[in-house]
Design a protein around this ligand. Structure first.
Ligand SMILES: [Zn+2]
Length: 312
């Protein structure tokens, strides 16, 4: 009995150790950020449940095959990664050390990491994040994120830094003790602060998604997409999509990746890659499931939206 109670207590404590927190730099957008995170968590939870449903909704089943292929193991892996994200769905403003992800909305704390050894003396070899007590070599994505000189050519909307991904000297994974950093890029947050696109009704949504001008504008939010590679659903991959994409990179969601070398970004590339461990594949699948469940639309392989006759 005592052992049983102890297990419950440990279980509760274990859960408290997970969640998401935000740095004070996010205070001014706390409410929109929370709203977008809520949508991201809902998408992950619903998408996971829909993959596992027996039998699957026929539209969801078609999406599973388009995004992850016909291999059941990939669908099962995708469901597992999406399920793990629900562990992050506890918010706290207190500074997380044991929390799983911490969001930053400014890069002001970041400084250049200057080499000290003879070979690199005085050279910038990466960046330092004093707030996370971290020094990172390389850091091209952070440079892009920090840059104010984009003119619509910025590609990095956000990035995740897995500080706890290394094993300690005893070979134990440190992921429960060091939170992952999710850095939201200031230039992107400023763009979001503009007038929000109205996607109130499904028909408006489709009209907007088919609008080439809007498509190009939204594709500019992510220069990894261009006129050739952007598809209608990419126009709907907004802030919630970015947040879900980044959360799939977290330790708890199994460190999903953007490999090979960023070639699986966007709908068009995601459906070509058919990888359950690809961050954008997971986020796009969850977005497409939301369209099926709540908007009465599904997504074709080419990224166009299709009205469902059998759904309201
Ligand atoms: Zn990514």
């Amino acid at each position: 009995m005592i052992a049983f109670l102890l297990l419950i207590v440990l279980g509760v404590l274990g859960q408290v150790a997970y969640g998401w927190g935000m740095h004070e730099s996010c205070q001014s957008i706390e409410q929109p950020l929370k709203n977008a995170m809520t949508v991201a968590f809902q998408r992950a939870t619903e998408a996971k449940a829909e993959i596992r449903k027996i039998p699957r909704d026929k539209h969801v089943d078609a999406l599973v095959k388009v995004v992850f292929g016909s291999d059941d193991a990939k669908a099962a892996d995708a469901a597992q990664r999406l399920e793990a994200i629900q562990w992050l769905d506890i918010f706290s403003t207190s500074r997380p050390t044991a929390y799983n992800v911490i969001l930053y909305c400014s890069t002001d704390r970041i400084t250049d990491y200057i080499g000290r050894d003879p070979e690199n003396k005085g050279k910038k070899i990466g960046y330092e994040d004093p707030d996370r007590n971290a020094r990172v070599k390389g850091g091209a994505l952070m440079d892009d994120c920090r840059s104010e000189n984009h003119n619509g050519d910025a590609s990095t909307r956000a990035l995740t830094i897995n500080l706890g991904s290394k094993k300690d000297k005893d070979g134990k994974d440190q992921r429960e003790r060091i939170a992952d950093t999710i850095q939201l890029c200031p230039w992107y947050l400023r763009k979001l602060a503009g007038p929000p696109p109205s996607y109130d009704t499904p028909d408006e949504l489709v009209k907007k998604a088919a609008d080439v001008k809007a498509k190009n504008l939204l594709a500019k939010f992510n220069a990894k997409l261009n006129h050739e590679t952007a598809t209608p659903i990419d126009s709907l991959a907004g802030f919630e999509h970015v947040l879900l994409h980044e959360m799939t990179h977290s330790a708890i969601a199994g460190y999903s990746d953007d490999t090979p070398a960023g070639k699986c970004y966007g709908w068009k590339h995601s459906v070509k890659c058919q990888k359950s461990e690809n961050a954008d594949s997971l986020a796009y699948f969850a977005l497409a499931v939301e369209l099926v469940l709540h908007r009465g639309y599904t997504v074709n392989k080419d990224g166009t939206l299709q009205k469902l006759a059998d759904k309201k």
